[in-house]
Design a protein around this ligand. Structure first.
Ligand code: HEM
Length: 166
């Protein structure tokens, strides 16, 4: 497996672990899921770093590092590149604010920055579906996650957030 693909997969699976942990913890109240919820900051940093490495290694190897921002083919919604780039932009905000300092500094707004991870997840799902030519690959994890949220919504009482706020 090429390095850029390794980091792509790592980032995608970390996104899944991070985003699934909260609804699963709400639904099943198991220590394991609650533990992951409480470790989301560090997992988010690893996820963002992996995504950056995926992109940087690919762009360096293909000789596009210098023109990435200016080359419109990397930003077109008709190509899987465009959705990858949008996912990267959406991920930068939760990645850069995935720490205690930002949490204290941004106060109530901090959660909104973190919620951009949902957007990054959906955009990466599109990136992946377009690349593999199968909607299931990228969308199935997004659809299951949406279903879990729906289910968890009825059970959440904010208790898990309080457990992890220290
Ligand atoms: C949050 C940002 C991103 C994530 C999480 C992500 C994730 C992924 C994943 C999971 C794959 C499939 C790897 C496989 O074949 O198993 C992939 C493939 C790929 N991505 Fe991304 N991606 C992101 C952004 C980007 C950007 C910005 C670019 C380029 C500008 C890009 C270029 C590629 C390319 C070229 C492949 C195919 C690699 C190969 O099969 O050789 N990605 N990405």
């Amino acid at each position: 497996m090429e390095f850029n693909v390794f980091f792509a997969e790592l980032s995608w699976w970390l996104l899944i672990v991070i985003l699934y942990s909260r609804p699963l913890a709400d639904i099943f109240q198991k220590k394991f899921f609650i533990y992951i919820v409480c470790k989301r900051k560090i997992l988010g940093i690893l996820c963002g770093l992996s995504a950056l490495l995926h992109v940087l290694i690919f762009l360096t190897a293909s000789g596009h590092l210098a023109d990435f921002l200016l080359d419109s083919s990397f930003w077109s919604p008709n190509s899987f590149f465009g959705w990858g780039s949008l996912a990267l932009v959406a991920m930068l905000f939760p990645f850069l604010t995935s720490n205690r300092f930002s949490q204290k500094f941004l106060k109530g707004k901090w959660k909104n920055f973190q919620r951009l991870a949902y957007v990054a997840f959906i955009f990466t799902g599109i990136h992946l579906s377009m690349l593999k030519g199968s909607w299931l690959v990228g969308f199935l994890p997004v659809l299951i996650w949406a279903g879990l949220w729906f289910w968890a919504e009825k059970r959440s009482d904010g208790e898990i957030d309080r457990k992890c706020s220290t």
